[in-house]
Design a protein around this ligand. Structure first.
Ligand SMILES: Nc1nc2c(ncn2[C@@H]2O[C@H](COP(=O)(O)OP(=O)(O)OP(=O)(O)O)[C@@H](O)[C@H]2O)c(=O)[nH]1
Length: 201
C-alpha cells in the first residue's frame, strides 16, 4: 500500500526584517545570510519530515513584512494550516505589532474559528545581546491571546528552529478542523512543483 504524506501549509508573518526568510532558509537549507534582502510578495520552500511517526510535506510560505507589500502577500493567506507569528527580540515594535499580524491573517485567510486556529509565536534573533523584549513578556502575550506556544529562535545559530516548525506540525495534526490534503509519496504528481522549490511574485 502506498505510504501517504500530508501536505501542510505553514505561513510566516511578521514585520519586515524580523528574520522570516532567514528562519525558512535555516530550516530548509541549513544556511544563513547576514545580508538583508526584503521579500517582495511571497516565496515558499518545501520540506519533508516525519513527526510522531507521521510523514508530512511542509510547505513553508515566507511573506513580505513591509507594509508597502501588503496587497502582494495577503492573497496567499488562504488555505494555511498554521500561522507562525514572528517578531524580533531586539525590536519592541515588531512585538507590539503581533496583534495586527494576527488580525490581518484571520481576516485575509478567512478563518472561520479563530479561537481554535493553530498559531505559534516565534521570538527570533535570541543570539543578540541587546534585547528589547523579554521571554516573560512574550510568554504573557501568548497566554493572553490564545495560549499559543512560544519559541525563542535564532536563524543565525539555529537555536530552536527545527523545534518551532515541528511544533507547528504537531499543532496542525492535533487540530480537528484540518482539511486533509493527502499526497501519495510513491505517485507522480504532474501538477506539483519539485521539492525545495521557491516561487515569488
Ligand atoms: N543576529 C541575527 N540576525 C538575524 C537573524 N535572523 C535574521 N537575521 C538578520 O536580519 C535581517 C533580516 O532578515 P530577513 O530574514 O530578511 O527578514 P524578513 O523578516 O524576511 O524581512 P522581510 O522580507 O522584509 O519581511 C538579515 O540581515 C538577517 O541576516 C537571527 O536569528 N539573528
Amino acid at each position: 500500500m502506498a505510504s501517504r504524506s500530508s501536505l501542510l501549509k505553514v505561513i510566516l508573518l511578521g514585520d519586515g526584517g524580523v528574520g522570516k526568510s532567514s528562519l525558512m532558509n535555516r530550516y530548509v537549507t541549513n544556511k544563513f545570510d547576514t545580508q538583508l534582502f526584503h521579500t517582495i510578495g511571497v516565496e515558499f520552500l518545501n520540506k519533508d519530515l516525519e513527526v510522531d511517526g507521521q510523514l508530512v510535506t511542509l510547505q513553508i510560505w515566507d511573506t513580505a513584512g513591509q507594509e508597502r507589500f501588503r496587497s502582494l502577500r495577503t492573497p496567499f493567506y488562504r488555505g494555511s494550516d498554521c500561522c507562525l507569528l514572528t517578531f524580533s527580540v531586539d525590536d519592541n515594535q515588531s512585538f507590539l505589532n503581533l496583534g495586527n499580524w494576527k488580525k490581518e491573517f484571520i481576516y485575509y485567510a478567512d478563518v472561520k474559528q479563530p479561537d481554535s486556529f493553530p498559531f505559534v509565536v516565534l521570538g527570533n534573533k535570541v543570539d543578540v545581546t541587546e534585547r528589547q523584549v523579554s521571554a516573560e513578556e512574550a510568554q504573557q502575550w501568548c497566554r493572553e491571546n490564545g495560549n499559543f506556544p512560544y519559541f525563542e529562535t535564532s536563524a543565525k545559530d539555529a537555536t530552536n528552529v527545527s523545534n518551532a516548525f515541528e511544533e507547528a506540525v504537531r499543532r496542525v495534526l492535533a487540530s480537528e478542523d484540518r482539511v486533509e490534503h493527502l499526497v501519495p509519496t510513491d505517485a507522480v504528481n504532474l501538477h506539483r512543483k519539485p521539492r525545495n522549490t521557491s516561487t515569488c511574485c
